[in-house]
Design a protein around this ligand. Structure first.
Ligand code: 1GP
Length: 262
């Protein structure tokens, strides 16, 4: 992308993973699996990654609010890279969630946090590491919707009320105007219900960048509802992490059907 700015030419490079996402989105909606290194071993992660690739998952996200860092994080990322060709994208809770073995990082700002650390602080602390390791940064607006679960609590969010879709839309549009190239609506990992359909619809109607939705999506019906409401990328974590790799395969087949053939 080339932008004219006050007579000077700026080069903004769109990396491989972001390009892959956009090219795929021209044809279909995407499904990402989220694995938290605090909950899955490298062995299980590698099995899930292999199955994910086999059944048509589009990418693996790695992260968590507590404990997804250091060697534990590196080992899970390495195991996935060795067992599949899917892009591995970091989904960090802070600057500690960076691994040099990943392909890309959702360089995210928790826009509705009350704590500046989660809006710009962790990002500043991690920026040079991302550059040094040559990890592709993908700028993303991250919005916590009620109930928000662990990430809402840890991230000191003021969760967006479920019946106030316009607040979500205002934040999403602000994120886009701040230059973020993805918007993520997050109900929180393990949320009893996913982000409301109405909220997804209204957010999607005001933004031009792809919309990611996650938290509480467990079944074919959930994925179908979220996709039909306008999500471009659907994320599932708990539903896949909480069962055996064999059951994970069946669940993923259904979730992908809901995402892509709704
Ligand atoms: C959490 O949106 C993701 O960050 C996934 O949530 O674990 O509920 O699938 P689940």
């Amino acid at each position: 992308m080339k932008l004219k700015n006050g007579g000077r030419l700026m080069n903004i490079k769109i990396g491989k993973v972001e390009q892959y996402i956009h090219e795929k989105l021209e044809k279909e909606k995407l499904h990402f699996v989220l694995l938290d290194p605090d909950d899955v071993s490298p062995e299980i992660a590698s099995k899930i990654a292999r199955i994910s690739e086999e059944v048509g998952v589009d990418g693996i996200m790695i992260g968590g609010s507590t404990g997804a860092e250091g060697e534990v994080l590196d080992n899970v990322v390495k195991a996935i890279k060795e067992s599949s060709n899917l892009p591995v994208i970091l989904f960090p809770g802070s600057q500690r969630g960076i691994s040099k073995y990943a392909d890309a990082i959702f360089f995210m700002s928790l826009l509705n946090s009350r704590n500046p650390f989660f809006i710009t602080g962790a990002q500043a602390l991690g920026a040079f590491q991302v550059k040094k390791y040559n990890i592709e940064p993908i700028p993303m607006a991250y919005l916590i919707v009620e109930p928000g679960e662990t990430v809402g609590w840890v991230g000191d969010a003021k969760p967006i009320p479920r019946h106030k879709p316009k607040i979500a839309a205002a934040y999403a549009l602000a994120g886009q105007y701040l230059g973020m190239r993805l918007v993520y609506l997050e109900a929180g990992s393990g949320a009893p219900k996913h982000v409301p359909a109405d909220m997804i619809r209204i957010v999607k109607s005001v933004i031009d960048v792809p919309l990611i939705v996650g938290g509480g999506i467990r079944t074919y019906e959930d994925a179908k509802k979220v996709a039909q409401s306008g999500a471009d990328i659907i994320v599932t974590g708990t539903a896949i992490e909480s069962c055996s790799p064999e059951d994970a395969k069946t669940r993923l087949i259904n979730l992908i059907k809901g995402t892509k053939k709704h």
